[in-house]
Design a protein around this ligand. Structure first.
Ligand SMILES: CC(C)(COP(=O)(O)OP(=O)(O)OC[C@H]1O[C@@H](n2cnc3c(N)ncnc32)[C@H](O)[C@@H]1OP(=O)(O)O)[C@@H](O)C(=O)NCCC(=O)NCCS
Length: 283
């Protein structure tokens, strides 16, 4: 296969605007005094209003009450404030409000930005915005975090992320029971990482289980990792696979349920040992 590293692009003509906008947001987020959830709700609403409804950005409160403005427009304006919307995790009994409410405005800003004309596939701005929000949402995030558009989380506060992690478009990181991502983890388009499951008899019987992806793990396109699975160092979950059990280090697992089809050629000796249930011998 040809070696095709990402190339650098020249700065955009409006680079100054991008930096100024991000710097202003960074400054506002850095203030963690007082009622953080309320402060962030206002930051979220004002940021979105400027981007989506600039004509109402300076008089949002009056506009929401203004009966001369169409009802749907007032409703949309109201929804820029996260206190006027509910997110699915808020309905969960195990949602820790003390942790979730300060995170919720930033999740709403993240998700809403992705749906604006300026957001979504706007890679440079999107990656920089998400990198700015990440430390205030997640339990831990390392350097060079890179998230593309339409990534979703459950609580956010139960997610740990190492250095140099890349999360591609439309990935679901269900951190309800906790997700721990090591360094240099890559999660490809449309993959799902779960950390909760339901009883097959009673849906409200929920089991949370920490899901771990160790250093160098790659979960590839449309694959799913179920709750409590440990994908060991340099393990790989192939396209559309469902990892129902632990993935051994340096092994490549494919299929449903995922099984090892090979060991990476750079694996140290112990990782090459296959269990008897494995169907293939590594090449
Ligand atoms: C996991 C993957 C990398 C394995 O590639 P590989 O090591 O070259 O494996 P091979 O293509 O030699 O396949 C080995 C066997 O597994 C099967 N297989 C490979 N990928 C499979 C998959 N995703 N699902 C089911 N079976 C698969 C092959 O058909 C082959 O079976 P066979 O021996 O009966 O012919 C690859 O299948 C994959 O999923 N690639 C897409 C994702 C990707 O490259 N992501 C990188 C971005 S992070």
């Amino acid at each position: 296969m040809p070696y095709l590293p990402l190339r650098s692009l020249p700065p955009r003509p409006a680079e100054g605007l991008t930096s100024a906008w991000l710097d202003r947001l960074a400054e506002r987020l850095a203030d963690t005094t007082g009622d953080v959830a309320a402060r962030r709700a206002v930051i979220c609403r004002e940021t979105l209003a400027e981007l989506a409804y600039p004509e109402y950005a300076k008089n949002w409160e009056e506009a929401v009450e203004d009966e001369a403005i169409p009802l749907g427009t007032r409703l949309s304006l109201a929804a820029l404030d996260p206190r006027n919307v509910t997110l699915e995790p808020e309905y969960y009994s195990d949602c820790d409000d003390a942790r979730f409410q300060p995170v919720k405005p930033l999740l709403w800003l993240w998700y809403s930005f992705d749906r604006l004309p300026i957001g979504g596939q706007n890679v440079d701005l999107g990656v920089r915005l998400r990198r700015l929000l990440a430390p205030y949402i997640f339990k831990r995030v390392g350097k060079n975090f890179k998230a593309f558009q339409h990534v979703e989380f459950t609580f956010g506060y139960n997610l740990e992320i190492g250095d140099d992690v890349v999360v591609h478009r439309h990935v679901l990181l269900d951190d309800r029971g906790g997700i721990r991502l090591g360094n240099k983890v890559s999660i490809s388009d449309y993959a799902n990482i779960y950390s909760h499951t339901h009883s097959i008899v009673e849906q409200a019987d929920v089991t949370n289980a920490l899901t771990i992806l160790d250093d160098g793990v790659r979960v590839t396109y449309h694959a799913t990792v179920l709750a409590g699975v440990h994908v060991n160092e340099q393990g790989m979950v192939g396209a559309v696979a469902v990892a129902t059990k632990d993935v051994r280090p340096y092994h490549v697992y494919v299929g449903i349920p995922a099984k090892s089809v090979r060991v990476k050629p750079n694996a140290p000796e112990p990782a090459t040992i296959l269990r008897t249930s494995d169907q293939r011998v590594p090449r």
